[in-house]
Design a protein. Sequence first.
Length: 322
Amino acid sequence: MRISACGAYIPSEVLTNFDLEKIVDTSDKWITERTGIKERRIEKDKSTSFMAFEAVKNLLKNFKNPKEILENTLGIIVATSTPDYLFPSTACIVQGELIKEYKLDNPPQVCFDVLAACSGFIYSLYNAYNLLKNSEKKYFIVIGSERYSKIVNWEDRSTCILFGDGAGAVLLEKTEKDHFLAFDIGSDGRQKHLLYVPCVGQDSEKNYFLKMKGNEVFKIAVRTLEKSILNVLKKANVSPEEISYVIPHQANIRILKLVSERTKIPLEKFFINIEKFGNTSAASIPLALKEAWDKNLIKKDDLVVFTAFGGGFTWGSTLIRF
Ligand code: COA
């Protein structure tokens, strides 16, 4: 199994820290120093499923015959906390659009969303990896697509400055050699009050925006990411010095600096693009991967760790030999 292609959709509208200064009581200096974020993208008009579909179309540009790829694809998973609907799933909507766009006779069949907040992409990879292993088909499409601009409270300076919109997609391909060396996946639902988004219909809630106790989440994120990265290295018997890149979920530059110190993987090996996109939740790893891929940073045989932490709490890491 390996990742054989990736794609992305990046909304065109840029919201800078200076723009945010006009909306809430904040400053470019505070946001930059406390988070590493300079700007983020906002998708005003289009839905999460639209962004996901565009990311897949972008991915399929890598192939001469996209129809053939799609007809040999077992399914589609969309990792998202901001779906268009509770149902149909975002993945089903994307599948419907792909059938129309590529005139598919035999479309991907196993289509569903995964809701694991910022860890959703790793959870989805883990699901797709295991489903594809036991199938006759050759491919699986895994997408992270998020539109947090719709669920943050634009009057709450402690959260609205953090998030952005976007989508990334990867093609998982069954190969003779398994390039996935290990997964580490976990969850702990005991502290759900620290980070949550109420569902419409929850009578006890005054609004349905994201709520977070940032400071407490920060500390748990650092400890959990450290542990998860070290777990995945241990499982594969690989040392921190052997790692070429870490492609982390992009939540806060200070979290990544601390994780780098604690795991002894130098910060230069962390691929960081948080300054441009902020926290795009389940989309952040595939968006970062796409950028690293396009810049030709990841070479054959490089050992790369993906790692994420998010609401639930959930977390996950995987170690891949590219
Ligand atoms: N601009 C200016 N001041 C701000 C601010 C903003 N946007 N947001 C908060 N502040 C203020 C607070 O009101 C507080 O002021 P006080 O000391 O007068 O009470 C002060 O800054 C410090 O607040 P605190 O929440 O302790 O800041 P912090 O250093 O922890 O940074 C976060 C806040 C949200 C950036 C940080 O906690 C974080 O990134 N947490 C984890 C986020 C995360 O990973 N979430 C998703 C998991 S994937």
